[in-house]
Design a protein around this ligand. Structure first.
Ligand code: SF4
Length: 206
């Protein structure tokens, strides 16, 4: 699979470092295709740091971009070690670093990893996706088998909400997003209210 890819904006480079995810969202792009922007993002060959840097070099290196985004066909925080190792290198090259996440990092790692993550990120975009737990479970369909521990389904919503709230205190820029086609207008309004109440400065309907 391609570990670095371009999509729309040529000043932004996206990184695809895992296909593992704790959700099985009904609207996930993975359900419809194998890649984006001409890249192949489906695959099991997760890169180590050298492989990732080599993939970035094929696009001209980190210094060729204004922003590098951890975002692919899976939840990037499964590769926490890679994010922590590589993000400072991107910043040294003059790039801002963004994480697009489902907000389950603390569930995945069984501890609060946000303070460490926040230290290497400029922006976090959290997929809120629903105005409440019930709708979240319907739309995002958390996958309990992706975690080592036996976690009740409701904890996935709580974890995402907690991550969004804490990130809003620890990271310079935090956005929450929803998929417009899956929610009605009242639900979207409720999502924005919730996101703002948790501290997100930006709310995006994608
Ligand atoms: S969290 Fe993202 S990668 Fe995971 S299933 Fe949902 S849309 Fe797909």
């Amino acid at each position: 699979m391609d570990h670095a890819y371009l999509f729309n904006d040529r000043s932004t480079l996206y990184l695809n470092v895992t296909n593992r995810c704790t959700n099985r969202c009904e609207f996930c792009v993975r359900n419809r295709c194998s890649g984006l922007g001409g890249s192949v993002l489906r695959g099991d060959d997760e890169p180590d740091l050298d492989a990732l840097l080599a993939a970035i070099d094929e696009h001209g290196g980190a210094s060729a971009f204004e922003e590098i985004v951890w975002c692919g066909f899976g939840e990037p925080t499964f590769r926490l070690d890679l994010i922590l190792a590589a993000s400072p290198l991107f910043r040294d090259a003059g790039c801002e670093v963004r994480l697009n996440t489902n907000g389950h990092a603390n569930l995945i790692h069984g501890q609060d990893v946000l303070p460490e993550l926040a230290g290497v990120l400029d922006t976090v975009s959290v997929s809120l996706n629903a105005p409440n737990s019930e709708r979240y479970l319907e739309l995002c369909r958390p996958d309990v088998d992706m975690l080592d521990a036996d976690i009740p389904l409701e904890r996935f919503w709580d974890a995402m909400i907690g991550f969004l709230s804490d990130a809003s205190r620890l990271v310079p820029r935090v956005a929450a997003s929803v998929v417009g086609s899956t929610l009605d207008d009242d639900e979207i309004e409720a999502c924005e209210e919730l996101a703002r109440s948790l501290g997100a400065r930006v709310f995006r309907v994608r």
